[in-house]
Design a protein around this ligand. Structure first.
Ligand SMILES: [Fe+2]
Ligand SMILES: [Fe+2]
Length: 138
């Protein structure tokens, strides 16, 4: 994600909203296949959702830490605490994504534990985006 898009509240917010709504849609697909007991589709939807979190949401976090957060910090040293907190949110999402990947390796089934972690990601991501918009765009 390019730097200028992250610096503008309007475009940054649009990235957050697009990321979250895509994850919600893919989550609904997964839940639908689970309810229908469609094993093959379920597995595919689960891997697709996991990949989405990595390529769309975690990569956004990586880009922020590599550029945007550093720029903000250089211009506003008083925001160090906020940047640390927001980076921790990113780390939590990375940990949950890694946990889901590990669970996928050990278990062939889409377990309730995996589903809970996917729901957890949605919550962390929503709160993180809201806080990022509030703290860094004053
Ligand atoms: Fe972020
Ligand atoms: Fe962001």
């Amino acid at each position: 994600m390019s730097g200028p898009a992250l610096r503008q509240l309007h475009s940054h917010k649009a990235i957050h909203e697009g990321g979250l709504s895509g994850a919600v849609m893919k989550m609904e697909d997964l839940v639908g296949f689970l309810e229908q007991g469609e094993q093959e589709m379920m597995n595919r939807a689960c891997d697709d959702l996991l990949d989405y979190w990595k390529t769309r949401v975690i990569s956004h976090a990586d880009a922020e830490e590599e550029g945007f957060y550093k720029e903000i910090l250089a211009e506003n040293p008083e925001l160090e605490r906020e940047i640390i907190q927001l980076t921790r949110d990113h780390d939590l999402m990375r940990l949950v994504v890694q946990d889901i990947e590990d669970l996928r390796q050990t278990d062939q089934q889409i377990t309730p534990e995996i589903m809970q972690k996917f729901y957890g990601l949605l919550v962390i991501n929503e709160l993180h985006s809201r806080e990022e918009e509030r703290l860094l765009f004053r």
